[in-house]
Design a protein around this ligand. Structure first.
Ligand code: ADP
Ligand code: MG
Length: 639
């Protein structure tokens, strides 16, 4: 153990340059090193990544990390590579060839971290290769995704259990920032823990002051906060239009502000994000698309202009304030008609079954997939374009797609860097003729066919860099040639881009055959409702410490009041007022007696203090000789 201690401290210093671990990080690492299956519960930003990264670097072998979001996966890989640690990510945005190469490197190379999207686990390429890898640890990030009771259930997470069977003796480390006790049990059961074992760090944020303002003048409250709290912050809005409106409002008030939402192009979002990170823009008015993976320590406030649909989201978004440990503010604005509005939205976002089937059909038609077609096909799919084209409310479509996903019909990935895709749209004979006619294209077409068989029948992801290497042309030339072939109507060509991808797991079914399990439907609806109600309760609460409410929601036992939320502050003010009244009851009595003799009962009635406190004050005044008791029992000031 001593040797391990040294090794771990040295690893932390050497690769990360940190001197010490944060609370619980060390315990988790020890547990993993001892080969125990472990569930680690730590808030976002708490430092979960190090708990699998440090033990992996301190030992031989490779760590497989299952994680759902491609953007975060890439971010992690980049960060590791910046520390000269060899890491790869495989996800559906790569060409099959790129995936093969990456997997081979994991089996035979010196790769330490393999990040993989859950839907990749079941593929042949992965299953064949994984048994050849020297795996020392299986880490499951966002582990709550495995639970139907969690707020972000993903069926592909259930495949991790199969992966475990292929890796006997390899311990598992499940990580999440949000697990109620039911979800925690579910995680350990589905991941086949040898025995239950949870390590949890506190969800308290001692420097973050939570408050809720019930008001019908949200703008006024927002501006008030902005005047009182210096520094930069985020205002979370429900809708894209909302972000623009708030940014406009703030700019009119002379506050540098920008809007941010998923409907903007990649370049624009990056630009605005950078302006905010650098402090040129003080306030970002954003939808919940903003913030994930962003590391700005000195965010001084996070305002929610509307309620989130769960406390998980609220905690996470609010928690982006005050990472530097300095005082920061999390304000939730609630209008009197919010609850009704939310109830209506809830109905819209939870479409009836028939509507879900309708959306399924419209998606398939939009993608031009006929009944019986489309099995295992993938498409670029921007849900907002789809909604705009079909005049559908996006909240409802998002919800419908989630249900279709949970029932195994499709998988929608987050926005990602997609490789270019190509498909030939001429017959082989015509292609042959063309190659003879246009010799200058022959070499390139041959390379294309050699590298990507299958391009005749379907869109295949291609890699322009790879084509350049094998053809001997520059990447620019390759792109020109692809465009050329496209203009000649020889190929269909989708240049590389950023868009979510929709996979159809099965062929398109006739409407009557589409089955949405009533259990998943009902359960999901109930779960959503339940979580929502907890959010509403949080907002309505006026007498429990807000931080304690949140901590208990995340499964902590009794927690101590934070002392800085609006509820704690109001209580403290009330106590002070009372103490103030109590500190000087003697003076109050003296003031009363200055107007004439009064009985002790009258004093008690006038001052509204407990009789024993009055008696005590009267005794003191008598002892000091400032008052006297008359023979009729009345109290009188001594002259
Ligand atoms: P999580 O996954 O729990 O949200 P991360 O693993 O991304 O959090 O870590 C959040 C930040 O905290 C990162 O910038 C990381 O470098 C930093 N961090 C983690 N552990 C430590 C530590 N022991 N000392 C200093 N910084 C740390
Ligand atoms: Mg993380």
């Amino acid at each position: 153990m001593r040797a391990d201690d040294e090794k771990i401290a040295e690893t932390l210093r050497r690769y990360w340059g940190f001197d010490s671990f944060r609370p619980v990080q060390r315990e988790i690492i020890d547990s993993v090193m001892a080969g125990r299956d472990t569930l680690a519960l730590m808030p976002t930003g708490g430092g979960k990544s190090l708990t699998y990264q440090v033990p992996t670097m301190a030992r031989e072998g490779l760590c497989i990390v299952v994680t759902p979001l491609i953007a975060l996966m890439k971010d992690q890989v980049d960060r590791l590579r910046a520390r000269r640690i060899s890491a790869v990510a495989i996800h559906s945005g790569l060409s099959p060839r790129q995936i093969d190469i990456a997997l081979d490197n994991c089996a035979y190379g010196d790769v330490k971290f393999l990040y993989v999207a859950p839907e990749r686990l079941a593929t042949e390429a992965f299953r064949l290769r994984v048994v050849r890898m020297n795996v020392s640890l299986l880490a499951v990030d966002e582990a709550h995704c495995i639970s139907q009771w969690g707020y972000d259930f993903r069926p592909s997470y259930l495949r991790i259990a199969e992966l475990r069977e292929r890796l006997p003796g390899v311990p598992i480390l499940a990580l999440t920032a949000s697990a109620t006790p039911v979800v925690a049990d579910d995680i350990m059961r589905h991941l086949k823990f040898a025995e239950p074992h949870i390590l949890r760090s506190s969800f308290a944020r001692p420097n973050l002051s939570y408050s809720v303002r019930r008001t019908d003048d949200k703008n006024g409250q927002l501006l008030r906060l902005l005047r009182n709290v210096p520094g930069s912050g985020i205002v979370y809005c429900r809708t894209r239009e909302g972000t623009e409106q708030i940014a406009d409002l703030l700019r009119r008030e002379g506050i540098p502000a920008a809007a941010y939402h998923g409907g903007m192009g990649h370049a624009e979002r990056t630009l605005r994000q950078e302006e905010w990170l650098s402090g040129r823009v003080r306030v970002m008015a954003a939808t919940n698309a903003f913030g994930m993976g962003i590391d700005k320590p000195d965010v001084r406030f996070v305002v929610h202009y509307a309620m989130c649909d769960s406390l998980e989201s609220y905690y996470q978004e609010a928690g982006r304030a005050g990472r530097d440990g300095q005082r920061a503010y999390a304000l939730l604005l609630v209008a009197s008609d919010d609850s009704d509005r939310i109830a209506r939205r809830f109905e819209q976002e939870f479409p009836p079954l028939e509507k879900i089937k309708d959306i399924y059909e419209r998606i398939c038609s939009y993608l031009r997939v006929g009944i019986g077609d489309g099995a295992e096909a993938s498409f670029l799919f921007n849900i907002h374009d789809f909604c705009a084209r079909e005049h559908l409310y996006s909240g409802m479509v998002v919800s419908a797609v989630k249900l279709l996903q949970q029932n195994g019909y499709m998988t929608l990935t987050d926005a990602q860097d997609n490789p270019a895709r190509v498909m030939f749209c001429v017959s082989r004979d015509d292609l042959y003729k063309l190659r003879v006619q246009r010799e200058e294209l022959d070499h390139f077409i041959r390379t294309l066919l050699r590298l990507y068989n299958g391009v005749f029948t379907e869109f295949r992801p291609i890699d322009e860099g790879e084509l350049a290497t094998w053809s001997g042309y520059t990447v620019e030339r390759v792109k020109e040639l692809l465009k050329r072939l496209w203009q000649l109507r020889v190929i269909r060509y989708i240049p590389s881009n950023r868009s979510p991808i929709l996979f159809l797991n099965e062929e398109r079914l006739p409407r009557a055959d589409l089955y949405i399990a009533p259990e998943t439907y009902q359960r999901r609806k109930e779960l959503m409702q339940e979580r929502f109600e907890r959010m509403i309760t949080y907002a309505a609460n006026e007498d429990r410490c807000r931080s304690a409410v949140l901590e208990e929601y995340f499964g902590a036992g009794e927690s101590v009041p934070c002392g800085i939320c609006d509820v704690c502050l109001a209580r403290r003010r009330a106590e002070k007022r009372q103490q103030g009244g109590e500190a000087a009851p003697g003076e109050a009595i003296a003031a009363l007696l200055a107007q004439g003799p009064v009985s002790p009962q009258q004093v008690a009635a006038q001052l509204r203090l407990p009789p024993e406190r009055i008696a005590e004050a009267v005794r003191r005044l008598l002892a000091e000789g400032r008052i006297v008791t008359r023979s009729d029992g009345m109290l009188e000031l001594r002259d």
